[in-house]
Write a protein that binds this ligand. Structure first.
Ligand code: DGJ
Length: 742
């Protein structure tokens, strides 16, 4: 499993007040007694504090006792304990036949270490009366992200312990009085919603057995009115692809926490004596504005040894789905490969429809053999053709699913997840294959392994097209989502171990499995089944809250979107896809030579700036007009950037005002130019501002960041791309994205 760190370089016992600092963040943990670690501060960097200053800080944050509360002050640790007077959601819920439900933990040891820029604290604890052990791991990564996980052990010599929930939490200060989270659904993932952070719990539960197209990637609490560029924010993400909870809770005392963990179904985790359960990793980001909050996630991902851009640039993809759907007409598939090569694509992905019985979505899932009715000579000739053109080959699979109309379901009905002696409701005519059943797991592993061994396949698009409902193990019907989630991770790891270099895309009805749990095993996500560029502007903006652009599949769809009925110019579609892991999902074999030439220019533009786009810092402006949005990527040293000014609708004001370009160096002059081929984007000429005719023009970073540029009168659903490059006074000229950084 990829981890960011190499061997630890320092280890020491930990006690007292610990001050961890990284990238403008301070995390002060209180281990002065034998309680679990308490957070005295998680927020802005406090500078160098000596022992006395830390003691004063710890004193300053002790609240007063108020009337009609417990006589002793309650204590909130990263695992909130009812036994220590926390009346919010407890960290550990569980019992032994009704007993041992309120454990009181006592820390027995603490160890601090540093590795690869990550500072790490491990606390061991026991609950004597409840006979439980606990390990808490809390890290502050080099990018300023708090990462933490709990593991509970049953230390009883005879009796099992049922774990109902293991949730960790971090306190946020009273300044955090507004909440932001995301909702959505299929083809409309990542819809932001805001509300006051009032007394009570805002609970985002997901019981879909996958992360969910409606999942909030992050729950953010912030100072009222916070935006991308301003306002203190504290955000939390649960890195888990099964059932999970993310919550924000404020007690009537005003104390507030962000927390989360796995949402266990009844009986999923019953620990025999000596057994343990590890919850998922939680990731928490404190920042000044959402851009910085995202940046900490992005930088953490990029620091991992297995991050995909470490080995090579992200290849431009041609995916066959919207070109042929399940009609695998050979002539078209070969022509698509030719056209893909012609326009500069680098990876060809054969989507759904290549395996036995899969002529439509009623049948075939589970029968992972190449359909010799459709491919009489197997996949080899097509793969050879693709590879001869210089493209990598990728294949679509949906390993966790089975159609009742399949040889697999007919042979092994007991491998279908079910409970109550009945079949779950169908969704897309399919059921879930029980990977918690060893025989089913072995079958699927063998099938995928054989496909990968028999063919030169560089990439799996790993799909998962239904929620898990009534997902039990047959014949008893015990709940199986926890085991299923772990099994999928294991399966991905095992295939990667057997096939080094294999990449996996996490797709789930579009963006239904987007989380940092699956991305320990997969390399990118499919953000949405909507390739409508207008929808994509929103979806990508908010997926970017968690993920850097190079991990987000972003394809140019056909002019007419099948998910919304809208029609968009190539400039809007391509300018939208440009910023992510770019691809094409359109029948370009039936386009004109002119259209392909234009497409080729867009792909060349992406390649020219790919290094910058996939390594730089994502910036998004807060624009007062909801129909104007600006986003961009700025080189790590702030000397070069690519920005998109996007018109998402008809604006209310006739003079739409200015747009600021954030992230640049105030004291540096920049040359501002329009990027071809976007300089042909249709504008309403009557309202073109004079600066447009003057490009390339030189403007100071302070002017671009604080004054901005008058917006051109873009038509709705159009965008303009700007390239901004520092005028070099020393060193080589900046010319656009091809300076590699270490
Ligand atoms: C859902 C995915 O999100 C689509 O991209 C496509 O692969 C279909 N499944 C295929 O069935």
């Amino acid at each position: 499993m990829p981890q960011p760190d190499v061997a630890p370089v320092e280890r020491e016992p930990a006690s007292g007040l610990l001050h961890l600092r990284a990238s403008g963040v301070s995390l002060v943990l209180d281990l002065r007694d034998d309680g679990l670690p308490r957070v005295a501060h998680w927020g802005a960097d406090l500078g160098d504090l000596d022992a006395a200053a830390l003691e004063s800080l710890a004193l300053a944050v002790v609240p007063p006792a108020t009337s009609n509360t417990l006589d002793d002050l309650g204590q909130l640790s990263v695992l909130p304990e009812h036994a220590r007077g926390w009346f919010g959601a407890p960290g550990l819920s569980g019992h032994r036949a009704g007993a041992d439900w309120s454990p009181l933990f006592r820390a027995t040891s603490g160890e601090r270490s540093t590795a690869g820029g990550t500072q790490r604290l491990v606390v061991e604890a026991v609950a004597d009366a409840a006979r439980l052990g606990l390990t808490l791991e809390v890290e502050l990564t080099a990018s300023g992200l708090v990462r933490m996980r709990g593991t509970v052990r049953n230390e009883h010599d005879r009796l099992p312990y049922t774990v109902d929930a293991l949730m960790l939490a971090l306190p946020v200060p009273s300044e955090a009085n507004e909440l932001l989270d995301l909702s959505g659904g299929h083809i409309r993932e990542r819809t932001p919603q805001r509300q006051p952070f009032a007394v009570g719990a805002r609970v985002r539960d997901n019981r879909r057995g996958r992360t969910g197209t409606d999942a909030t990637l992050v729950v953010v609490a912030g100072a009222q009115g916070f935006g991308f560029r301003h306002g203190e924010v504290w955000g939390l993400h649960v890195g888990w692809s099964g059932n999970h909870r993310t919550y924000a809770e404020r007690l009537n005392s005003g104390e507030a926490v962000l927390g989360g963990g796995e949402l266990l179904l009844p009986g999923e985790v019953v620990l025999a004596p000596g057994e343990s359960y590890a919850g998922p990793w939680l990731f928490a980001s404190y920042a000044e504005g959402l851009d910085q909050l995202s940046h900490r996630f992005h930088e953490w991902l990029r620091a991992r040894a297995a991050h995909p851009t470490r080995s090579k640039p992200r290849p431009v993809v041609l995916n066959t789905w919207e070109a042929v759907y399940m009609k695998h007409d050979h002539e078209r598939l070969y022509a698509l490969a030719d056209a893909a090569a012609e326009v500069g694509a680098e990876r060809y992905v054969l989507d759904d429809g290549w395996f036995r019985h899969r002529r439509d979505d009623h049948a075939g899932l589970g029968d992972w053999f190449v359909d010799d009715a459709v491919y009489p000579q197997g996949l080899h000739p097509l793969i050879r053709h693709v590879r001869d053109l210089g493209l990598e080959f990728g294949l679509w699979v949906e390993p966790e699913m089975v159609n009742p109309d399949s040889d697999l379901a007919r042979a092994h009905p007991e491998w279908i997840m079910a409970t109550g002696g009945r079949q779950p409701m169908l969704s897309r005519h399919q059921q879930v294959l029980d990977l918690g059943n060893q025989a089913a797991y072995d079958y699927i592993l063998e099938r995928l392994d054989s496909l990968l061994s028999d063919h030169p396949i560089d990439y799996l698009k790993w799909d998962h097209n239904r929620d898990l409902q009534d997902a039990g193990h047959q014949p008893g019907g015990e709940a199986g989502v926890h085991a299923q989630t772990r099994a999928v991770y294991r399966l991905m790891d095992e295939l990667k171990r057997r096939h080094p270099g294999l990449e996996i895309e996490s797709c789930s009805s579009g963006g239904g499995r987007v989380d940092l749990g699956v991305l320990e095993h997969a390399d990118r996500v499919w953000a949405s089944d909507s390739n409508d560029a207008l929808e994509r502007q929103r979806i990508q903006r908010w997926t970017g809250l968690l993920l850097p652009p190079e991990m987000v599949g972003s394809h140019i769809g056909p002019p007419h979107s099948h998910t919304t009925g809208r029609t968009h110019d190539l400039s809007f579609r391509a300018g939208t896809a440009l910023f992510g892991h770019m691809g094409i999902e359109w029948d370009i074999s039936s386009t004109t030579a002119e259209e392909r030439a234009e497409l080729r220019r867009w792909i060349a533009l992406h390649k020219r700036f790919r290094d910058l786009l996939h390594r730089g810092t994502v910036v998004r402006a807060d624009h007062p007009d909801p129909d104007v949005s600006l986003h961009g990527v700025v080189d790590r040293d702030g000397r070069e950037g690519v920005f998109a000014v996007v018109s998402t609708g008809q604006r209310a004001w006739t003079r739409p005002g200015r747009v600021r370009l954030p992230g640049l160096l105030p004291g540096t002059p920049y040359r501002v130019s329009l990027l071809p081929p976007a300089d042909t984007a249709p504008t309403n000429d009557t309202s073109a501002p004079p600066w447009l005719a003057a490009v390339p023009l030189v403007l100071a970073g302070s002017v671009l960041g604080n004054v901005g540029l008058e917006l051109p009168g873009l038509y709705p659903e159009q965008l303009l791309l700007l390239h901004v490059a520092a005028l070099e006074t020393d060193g080589p000229p900046v010319s656009g994205g091809h300076r590699r950084r270490s």
